[in-house]
Design a protein around this ligand. Structure first.
Ligand code: NDP
Ligand code: OXD
Length: 310
């Protein structure tokens, strides 16, 4: 049987091998860099494989991201042209992400930073109650994660809109699409949540221009990628009061350097890239299915487009 290459700085190879063997008992999994003969490898299950390694795998037929995002694969300069590129699409991760997005939306909507500030001052003060039906939440990205989050936020009574590349219909969600409709989407949004993939078209999408198109006093919630945000623009907008707060799970540099202004900023909540973590228990079956298909010359599910890079 051909071999599977495994590499991830975040995920346990032992755990993944154990769960994959539930479906493929005779699995031959090689953990990078101890991969033996590189010609044995036909399937790579990877998260941020160090650059320059795919081209050494002459018989590689599929690269599967150990997450829902594939930007770490497209940073590779020499991606073999004949290879399928795929990713996880895991309902467990969608549930985790929606919980995290809901947590941030409710935190800002229910004035948690303001009440925590009052508590620190031993002040008993009642703020005007927020009106859920008037609170406009906007989701950048209406894919596997964005749609799930949009539906769940809408079910709580918020005014929800989403923005995607192509036209969409999602029940209970006002749908905008394409560059031309971005400004209208931002103009109506008070809590902007980013669940976009990182591609050449979405890099730096949260910048001084797009932030200025949000109403004064808006919030940013980012669980897409750090590179979606131009940090200097976000910090300036927080300091001028145009933005009231930000909750960030992803950063231009991870781990976030200890001297970075986000850590100490009173309006920023910093999370260590944990909103939806990959999970061998929930995702091993779909990976095993993909391995089986690739080894028998068939096409796996959850392929991404090389042209769109997501
Ligand atoms: P999908 O590929 O399912 O969805 C992507 C969405 O973004 C689609 O709606 C797509 O539009 C839209 N989109 C892409 N490019 C553009 C563009 N140029 N303009 C407008 N819309 C665009 O991705 P997922 O929902 O599965 O995941 C999204 C991202 O979330 C991942 O790529 C990853 O970066 C991040 N993520 C973060 C995690 C964390 O722990 N922080 C965990 C998991 C994922 P269309 O529908 O028209 O194609
Ligand atoms: C992912 C992530 O893309 O965890 O799955 O960021």
């Amino acid at each position: 049987m051909p071999a599977v290459l495994f590499y991830s700085p975040n995920d346990s190879p032992t755990e993944w091998e154990r769960r994959l063997r539930d479906f493929i008992p005779d699995l031959d999994m090689r953990v990078w860099p101890d991969i033996g003969d590189p010609n044995d490898i036909e399937f790579a299950l990877v998260w941020k494989l160090p650059p320059g390694n795919y081209e050494k795998l002459q018989n590689l037929r599929c690269i599967c991201s150990l997450g829902q995002g594939v930007d770490h694969i497209f940073t590779e300069a020499k991606l073999p042209p004949q290879v399928h590129i795929m990713r996880l699409v895991d309902p467990w991760m969608a549930q985790a992400m929606s919980e995290w997005i809901l947590l941030q939306v409710l935190r800002f909507h229910r004035q948690v930073p303001e009440y925590e500030d009052l508590e620190r001052q031993f002040k008993w003060k009642v703020l005007p109650p927020p009106e859920t039906s008037e609170c406009a939440v906007g989701i950048l990205g209406l894919g596997e994660l964005g749609r799930d989050a949009a539906r769940k936020i809408s079910a709580l009574g918020f005014k929800v809109a989403g923005w995607s590349r192509t036209e969409k219909e999602v029940e209970g969600v006002e749908c905008f699409y394409g560059e031309k409709q971005l400004e209208a989407f931002l103009n109506r949004t008070k809590i902007l949540c980013c669940l976009l993939p990182l591609t050449p078209k979405t890099t730096g999408i949260i910048n001084s221009k797009t932030i200025s198109q949000l109403p004064r006093g808006s919030y940013i919630v980012n669980a897409g990628r750090g590179q979606h945000v131009v940090d200097t623009c976000l910090l300036r907008a927080l300091d001028t009061g145009h933005l009231a707060g930000a909750a960030l799970d992803v950063f231009n540099e991870e781990p976030l350097p200890s001297q970075h202004p986000y850590w100490a900023h009173p309006k920023v909540s910093v999370w260590p890239h944990v909103s939806a973590q990959s999970n061998a228990d929930s995702a091993a079956e779909q990976v095993a299915d993909a391995i089986g298909k690739v080894f028998s010359g068939r096409v796996p599910n959850n392929l991404v487009s090389r042209e769109q890079q997501y």
